[in-house]
Design a protein around this ligand. Sequence first.
Ligand code: F6P
Length: 552
Amino acid sequence: MTNNSLPPLPDLAPIWQSLQEHAEEIKKQHLRDMFAADPHRFDDFSLSLGEILLDYSKNRITGKTFELLEELATRAGLKSWIERMFKGERINNTENRAVLHTALRAPADARVIVDGRNVIPDVQRVLERMEAFCSKVHDGSWTGYSSRAITDIVNIGIGGSDLGPHMVSTALRPYWKSGLTAHFVSNVDGTDINETLVKLDPETTLFIIASKTFTTRETMTNAHTARQWFLDNSDNDHNHVRRHFVAVSTNSSAVQAFGIDQENMFEFWDWVGGRYSLWSAIGLPIALIVGMDNFRRLLAGAHEMDEHFRNADFLGNMPVILGLLGIWYRNFLGASNHAILPYDHSLRLLPAYLQQADMESNGKGVNREGKPVDYDTGPIIWGQPGTNGQHAFFQLIHQGTELVPADFILPARTHHPISEHHEILSANCIAQTEALMRGKTEAEVRQELAREGMPEALIETLAPHKVFPGNKPTNTIVIRQLTPYNLGKLIALYEHKIFVESIIWNINAFDQWGVELGKQLADIIEAELDSAHECSSHDSSTNGLVNHLKSQ
Ligand code: F6P
């Protein structure tokens, strides 16, 4: 249990204490009253960057809150950390790596030096190779072994080698090239690959094996199954594999060992974190399905957000504002979680994508120096697209006991203007943020029920159940339209938000040691499941489960 009473760094003690005192004041205030007192609240607490509007006025904040949070960011050295990241310093201290997903979307004439070498020409070279490959697939000059054009692309990867390309390809469905379909296989559960393969024709299918390390058990298992399926269902000629399997990785020797030619491997580098890698060659399925021009627009949108993050003052800086709000709720108002609620069916995978981006980055219990923290770090990220969530978990957000700060994300224009669908969707999105903010008082409930003619005794019984406390914080992000450019900006916004929080918490957002133990133990248990002997090397529960499975 953490208590949040002490700050992440001793230098932050005075401002941390001021924020704690200020939080006690804010806890006594209701958002409804804040709006009533200030008709300009929307103007004061909203910000536009091109086609993206952030309305953060429905948060439990005042001008003073942001004065204090700005000072917190300043004292934490946020400005210099931002520069250190962009300039390629090895800020991922436990892996001794630079953190340069921003270099992947920098202009061709930028200079970012790692180990005395400008990495931008390498980035551009891989982009050009991706472009050449995409053109060949699109114009039909890259064919399957039987000279038929490629119709299906299957990305095999997991975590960052799946979630980013999968989420973006799904979000950009209106931009898909005709004649091509993208599939994503990630789970080692054979159901995943089986359900995909049954739909495919080996003669027209291209597999992308995407793995930074090219050692991830799930991905390699699926890759071997896919190759075997291909051989079994074609003419079993290993020479044909090269027309149907390409790889994206940092590990060229493992790629070669798998049997994929160097010329069919698209590389990236150790300074690209898995969950920050969709901008690299890991984005190859995106480039194939929506075209390289649209992939470049995605990069350009992210670059605009990078420039904004790097240059704007903290109080006019979207990622900084979102990050500081995250700190405010987590460390001062006691929120354990944060909901991502896209009111856009195409963004239905965004909550899952941000779960990895945020929870794998900021789910840390020791600080950069390896000391246990005594304050809360990354929250639980969860969500679902609206309006579906309204009929599932919104009850808890409105009337439950847990504080759930939430981001509502809405495109102003839809790609599918079918009758009144988009108006209904938009109205629901905005209505939910209003309802969460205002709530409904007992007096309002009683009045409403009386107007409906309900007998007084029944009103007495029902009124408490129909009260909405309100005062529930939300951000609303309105995107003019979900284009590749705007999507790039949106994703980069969240990447930088996560970074801002990590700096205040003094944690390394770019390692993920917490995923290792389960992997190690799974290897041991896999061997035990295979063995003829009874398992007795673990605790009684683990032994019991292994032996039970063996007996089935
Ligand atoms: O879950 C751990 C992790 O290392 C993620 O960070 C990464 O995105 C994923 O596994 C996949 O790793 P790889 O791309 O090396 O297969």
